[in-house]
Design a protein around this ligand. Structure first.
Ligand code: FAD
Length: 465
């Protein structure tokens, strides 16, 4: 890497989705503007630009090798001109001296610093032994190291594990349950509320019906509060509400929290769950930027801060930070919480899509709404591929926003989930349910009934309002 004297110095902390998007976008923007940047990226782990999202599918056996999950290797980043330092943890952010101190004892000076340190899985006390080490067989799902450990736990251990417990019924829990069940393990999900708390409970219950049909047990309204270990110290069971559930392995999917210690110690303000609070250009202080799972972005619809740690946001926020710090113009226009997942085990294939606030969040915001659920099919009813699909739509019922589409949730068979993007686009651009009713959406028998299921639901709600 040739760095000429006087190049603006950018330090990025964290070399995954948000950090590497910011680093490359900064270089692209600087090149387009004919300026020069020296970009250093500090990463505590040994992996960069990997798809955490693909780990459950790797564990399930759908993805053959971990290399398949790496979008860009360290070598490719370095070839692009980035000074990438793996195995290097940033331990202090000095906003006065404008330096980042590392665990290697270096002090790396910067003109701009991008905080892209992600989120850490929540590890309950019971998941650790008295010395603070993880109980063997109990593990989170976050990094490629976790993925490797899961492959080892399931494939190498003798006798092979037979029973799995998944703690948490969010999408990571659901995807890990899918992986365990597909590998033939007796699988139980234990979750505090209904499955998928990002859905309204009625839609979560629909999802649960499908999951239970596959043979995976779901214990709702239960809190895992302890672990039973054998003489070898490895997990044998978890306890929940006085009950024991046998387990040879336990996956932790009980949520994540922003890793914002660096900025917190430097005096940067944090939000309700401890995330950074950037402006629409991802700036948290002069020359300090934050992006990805370590922030609390605002919602596009209501402007309130939320914590929605998703890769789809991380890359966009990183891109905005990289563009702006290099002198370009960009803004992040908020989140509406669009997300999809699936659960495919044996004959069961259920997909989930959601966008917009939940009923509970809308109540918290004081928004008056009406909603309804429509049952339809993913293709014309006479086609062999037609599968059931339930679409819940929610619209505002009061004030100038009356009729405005606020949220859509989908639970259905193959071909259901990505229909959420139609709804997300409509919400993004402020459409009413009546607007969606008239949208020019596609139709042919293998793909949809004459009226698209999202459109049917909006039409019915528009008629009722
Ligand atoms: C199992 C799983 C499935 C997922 N599936 C989906 C999905 O289907 N769709 C979706 O949109 N999102 C999904 N996500 C979420 C997505 O992976 C994250 O939103 C995304 O990785 C966030 O990127 P990030 O760069 O902000 O943070 P991270 O990916 O967490 O990267 C942060 C990096 O910073 C490094 N770091 C932290 N602190 C320091 C420090 N002090 N010094 C140096 N380095 C540091 C970490 O080692 C890490 O590599 C999934 C996540 C998981 C775990």
């Amino acid at each position: 890497v040739v760095i000429s004297h006087g190049a603006r110095r950018v330090v990025v902390v964290g070399a995954d989705a948000a950090g590497m998007s910011a680093a490359h976008q900064a270089l692209r923007t600087a090149r387009a503007r004919g300026t020069e940047l020296a970009v250093t990226v500090l990463e505590s782990g040994r992996d960069t630009s990997y798809s955490a999202c693909g780990i459950p599918y790797w564990v399930a056996g759908d993805v053959a090798a971990e290399d398949d999950l790496v979008a860009r290797t360290a070598g490719e980043h370095r070839a692009a001109g980035i000074d990438l330092r793996l195995g290097t943890t940033a331990v202090e952010l000095d906003l006065t001296a404008r330096e980042v101190a590392t665990d290697a004892g270096d002090r790396v000076p910067f003109d701009d610093v991008v905080l892209a340190t992600g989120a850490a899985p929540i590890v309950p006390d019971w998941a650790l032994d008295p010395a603070g080490r993880p109980v063997p067989g109990v593990r989170a799902v976050k990094t490629l190291d976790d993925g490797r450990a899961w492959i080892d736990l399931l494939g190498v251990r003798d006798p092979a594990p037979r029973r799995a417990v998944v703690v948490g019924g969010g999408y990571i829990g659901l995807e890990m349950a899918e992986a365990f069940a597909r590998r033939g393990l007796d699988t139980t999900i234990v979750t505090r509320g209904e499955l998928m708390s990002s859905l309204d409970p009625d839609m979560g219950a629909r999802l649960r019906e499908h999951v239970v049909k596959s043979g995976v047990a779901v214990h709702c309204q239960d809190l895992v509060d302890g672990v039973v270990t054998g003489v070898d110290g490895a997990v044998r069971a978890v306890t929940a509400g006085g009950r024991e559930i046998a387990a040879d392995v336990v996956a932790l999917g009980a949520g994540v929290r922003p890793q914002s210690e660096l900025g917190a110690a430097a005096g940067l303000p944090l939000g309700r769950v401890g995330g950074y609070l950037p402006d629409p250009q991802q700036r948290v202080a002069d020359g300090v930027w934050a992006a990805g799972d370590c922030i609390e972005p605002v919602t596009r619809t209501h402007g309130n801060r939320v914590f929605v740690p998703l890769g789809t946001h991380a890359v966009k926020q990183g891109r905005v930070a990289g563009t702006v710090l290099a002198g370009g113009d960009a803004r992040f226009d908020g989140v509406i919480g669009t997300a999809v997942t699936r659960f495919v085990v044996g004959d069961v294939h259920v997909e989930v899509g959601r966008t917009g606030p939940t009923a509970r969040q809308l109540a918290g915001l004081g928004v008056e709404v009406d909603s309804l659920v429509t049952e339809s099919t993913t293709a014309s009813g006479y086609m062999p591929e037609a599968a059931p699909i339930a679409v819940k739509v929610t619209a505002a019922t009061a004030g100038p926003e009356r009729g405005r589409l606020l949220a859509v949730q989908i639970v259905g068979g193959p071909g259901s989930a990505k229909r959420i993007d139609t709804a997300a686009a409509a919400i993004w651009f402020g459409a009413t349910v009546a607007d969606v009713t008239g949208m020019d959406l596609s139709y042919a028998p293998p793909f949809s009934p004459t009226w698209d299921p999202v459109q049917i639901a909006c039409r019915r709600l528009a008629d009722r309002l």
